[in-house]
Ligand binder design. Structure first.
Ligand SMILES: Nc1ncnc2c1ncn2[C@@H]1O[C@H](COP(=O)(O)OP(=O)(O)O)[C@@H](O)[C@H]1O
Ligand SMILES: [Mg+2]
Length: 256
């Protein structure tokens, strides 16, 4: 049997590699995620792993996306904060939303968080951050870790992705990741939104980001309070508190 190799990074369960495949601990949402990934394969969307079923240990099996990942590196590699990355991620997200617009999940679909599909919604990635991206030769290969995929409005997914890549997180958080060009953020946000094709005013978008991030912080605390060890660890590490700091700081975001 080919050797099993622990992959770098991961915020919850992590993953191992065997040959050209990745194995991850599944959740109750995994069958719905695999249905989504099969849809993406059927419409030839390249930027996602393929779902390959389950192995003899009951782990989900996915195709391995080859390239560079952020992993445990701090600060993050320079490509994360380039304008070019911002454009590529915005195009990837636009193409994802186009590709999932035709995917109506079955009524019994189970998602990790939320998600009753209504017309106008898409099934978003909902965690398309640098720590879930793969790069090769200066190109975005795609995003892995589809555990938070669920029906959302396109703006909701766009808000989180902008938060992660502009970046719009709290200053102390993004500084530790290697981003300190705070004055450049309004320009970078507009570049991201224009490339995606979101034409509304920046101030309106920042309010959507604040709601999206508040929902994240509330969700972490709720699941932690219900006893989930991974989420309790997030609270112990101050992740929900940092998100709240970001929401407060965004109240003063220059919107021109
Ligand atoms: N399909 C994939 N292709 C390539 N690498 C992957 C893939 N899925 C996961 N990884 C690797 O495994 C690590 C942890 O995976 P991830 O799915 O993000 O775990 P977690 O749910 O704990 O965040 C990633 O940082 C990446 O290095
Ligand atoms: Mg991850």
């Amino acid at each position: 049997m080919t050797e099993e190799q622990r992959l770098p990074g991961g915020n919850t369960g992590g993953a191992v590699r065997i040959g050209d495949t990745v194995r991850r601990i599944p959740g109750r949402w995994t069958p719905s995620v695999h249905a989504l990934l099969r849809h993406l394969a059927a419409v030839d969307f390249p930027g996602a792993p393929r779902a390959l079923g389950f192995d003899e240990q009951g782990r989900e099996v996915l195709s391995f996306l080859a390239g560079e990942v952020v992993g445990t590196a701090r600060p993050w590699p320079a490509w994360v904060h380039s304008d070019d990355a911002l454009r590529q991620v915005a195009r990837w997200l636009r193409d994802l939303h186009t590709a999932t617009a035709g995917f109506v999940p079955p009524p019994d679909a189970v998602w990790r968080e939320g998600g009753i599909w209504r017309p106008g919604m898409v099934v978003g990635h909902n965690d398309a951050a640098p720590y879930n991206a793969v790069w090769a030769d200066g190109r975005l290969v795609g995003f892995f870790d589809w555990d938070f995929a669920a029906p959302v409005t396109p703006e909701w997914d766009l808000a989180f992705t902008a938060f992660a890549w502009v970046p719009l997180h709290a200053r102390h958080v993004v500084a530790a990741e290697g981003f300190t060009a705070f004055g450049d953020r309004p320009r970078r946000l507009r570049l991201f939104l224009d490339t995606y094709g979101w034409n509304g005013p920046t101030g309106q978008f920042i309010e959507i980001v604040r709601q999206r991030v508040t929902a994240s912080a509330d969700g972490i605390r709720r699941v932690a309070a219900a006893g989930d060890p991974a989420y309790r660890s997030l609270v112990e590490h101050g992740i929900d508190a940092a998100l709240e700091t970001a929401v407060d700081e965004l109240a003063d975001f220059p919107t021109g």
